[in-house]
Design a protein around this ligand. Structure first.
Ligand SMILES: NC(=O)c1ccc[n+]([C@@H]2O[C@H](COP(=O)([O-])OP(=O)(O)OC[C@H]3O[C@@H](n4cnc5c(N)ncnc54)[C@H](OP(=O)(O)O)[C@@H]3O)[C@@H](O)[C@H]2O)c1
Length: 299
C-alpha cells in the first residue's frame, strides 16, 4: 500500500516537472518569436501613397491600425487619403527624383519621435521606349525614384530599426527585374537592382529583427503605364495577366506577416518566375525581344 502511494507521488512530481518544462519551452519560443511588424499604433511610411499599389497599401495598413506617413507629389490625393483614413496620417509631399526631397523623407525615416516600424519603398516610374528615344531626364528620374530613393531611405531607416531590434523594409520590385527586357531595359534594370539589393540586405539583417523584403508583381491595373503614355503597349495583354492593386496589397501584407524575403504575387507570375529560373538566358532574351518588338509594331 505504502509502495502504491509512493509511486503515485513520484508520478505526480514527474508530471508536474514535465508541465513546467513545457511551459518554460513555450515562454522561450514566445520570447524568441519576432514581434509582428504590422501593429496597431505603430508608424509605417509608404512612398507613392497617392495612387495604385501604394494607396491600397496605405489604406490596408491604416485599417489594421497603423499610423501612416504618406509620401508622394500629389498633395490633394494625399490629403484625401488622410481625411478618410481611420488612423493618424502625416502627409509628406516629396518628389523623390530630387535629392533635397529625398533628404527630407530620409530625415523622417530616421526620426526618434514616432519612429518607423515599416518603410515601404513603393513609388516607381515605368517607361516603354526604345533606348535612343529616352531623354537623359527620363532616365535620371526613373533611376532616382526606382533605385536611389530605395537605397537612401533604407539607409536612413535601418540603424534605428536595428537599434530597436525590430522593423521592416519592403521594396516593391517587379518580375520585369527577372529577365532582360528590350524597350524596357532601364526599368527592368532598376527592378533587377531593387530585388538584388533587397535580398542582400535581407541576409545581412536577418538576425537583427529587421525584415527586408522584395515584392515582384507582374501586370497590375494602376496609373503606371498611362503616366508615361505607354498604355497602348500593355492594353493587348490578356485579362488573366492582370491583377488589381488591392489584391497585390493584400499579398504584400501577408508577405510582411510571414516575414517572406521575396514574394511574387499571382499564380501566373509565380509560374513565369519559376520558368525564368530554369530557362537558358539567350532563349529568355530572344523571346522577350520578340514579344516587345511585336508590342511596338502593333501600336
Ligand atoms: N502597375 C504594374 O503593372 C506594376 C508591375 C510591377 C511593379 N510595379 C511597381 O509598383 C510600384 C507602384 O506602382 P503602381 O503600379 O501603383 O503605379 P502608380 O499608380 O502610377 O503609382 C505610382 C506612385 O509613385 C509615385 N511617384 C511617381 N513618381 C514619383 C516621384 N518623382 N516622387 C514621388 N513619388 C512618385 C506616384 O505619386 P505622385 O504622382 O503623386 O508623385 C504614385 O503614388 C512601382 O514601383 C512599380 O514599378 C507596378
Amino acid at each position: 500500500m505504502a509502495d502504491e502511494s509512493f509511486k503515485e507521488k513520484v508520478a505526480d512530481l514527474a508530471s508536474g516537472a514535465k508541465d513546467r518544462v513545457a511551459g518554460l519551452k513555450r515562454d522561450q519560443r514566445e520570447s524568441e518569436a519576432p514581434q509582428p511588424i504590422i501593429s496597431r499604433d505603430r508608424w509605417a511610411l509608404v512612398t507613392g501613397a497617392s495612387s495604385g499599389i501604394g494607396l491600397c497599401l496605405a489604406q490596408r495598413l491604416a485599417e489594421r491600425g497603423m499610423n501612416i506617413v504618406a509620401v508622394a507629389r500629389n498633395e490633394d490625393r494625399l490629403e484625401d487619403f488622410a481625411f478618410h483614413s481611420p488612423s493618424n496620417t502625416e502627409v509628406l509631399i516629396a518628389d523623390l527624383s530630387k535629392a533635397s526631397d529625398r533628404k527630407a523623407v530620409a530625415t523622417r525615416c530616421k526620426a526618434k519621435d514616432n519612429p518607423l516600424d515599416l518603410l515601404i519603398n513603393n513609388a516607381g516610374i515605368w517607361q516603354f521606349a526604345s533606348f535612343g528615344e529616352m531623354t537623359h531626364k527620363d532616365m535620371r528620374q526613373m533611376m532616382d525614384v526606382n533605385m536611389t530613393a530605395v537605397v537612401e531611405l533604407s539607409r536612413a531607416a535601418v540603424p534605428g530599426m536595428v537599434k530597436r531590434g525590430h522593423g521592416g523594409i519592403v521594396n516593391i520590385s517587379s518580375i520585369a527585374g527577372f529577365l532582360p527586357l528590350p524597350y524596357e531595359a532601364v526599368y527592368g534594370g532598376t527592378k533587377a537592382f531593387v530585388t538584388s539589393f533587397s535580398q542582400g540586405l535581407y541576409e545581412e539583417l536577418k538576425d537583427t529583427g529587421v525584415l527586408v523584403s522584395a515584392i515582384a508583381p507582374g501586370l497590375v491595373r494602376t496609373e503606371l503605364h498611362a503616366r508615361t503614355g505607354g498604355q497602348e503597349h500593355v492594353q493587348g495583354m490578356p485579362d488573366r495577366a492582370w491583377m488589381s492593386a488591392d489584391a497585390v496589397a493584400e499579398i504584400v501584407l501577408r508577405a510582411i506577416d510571414k516575414r517572406d524575403p521575396l514574394r511574387v504575387p499571382g499564380g501566373m507570375n509565380k509560374t513565369l518566375s519559376a520558368l525564368l529560373d530554369v530557362a537558358p538566358t539567350p532563349m529568355v532574351r530572344w523571346t522577350a525581344a520578340k514579344v516587345n518588338r511585336q508590342r511596338i509594331a502593333d501600336d
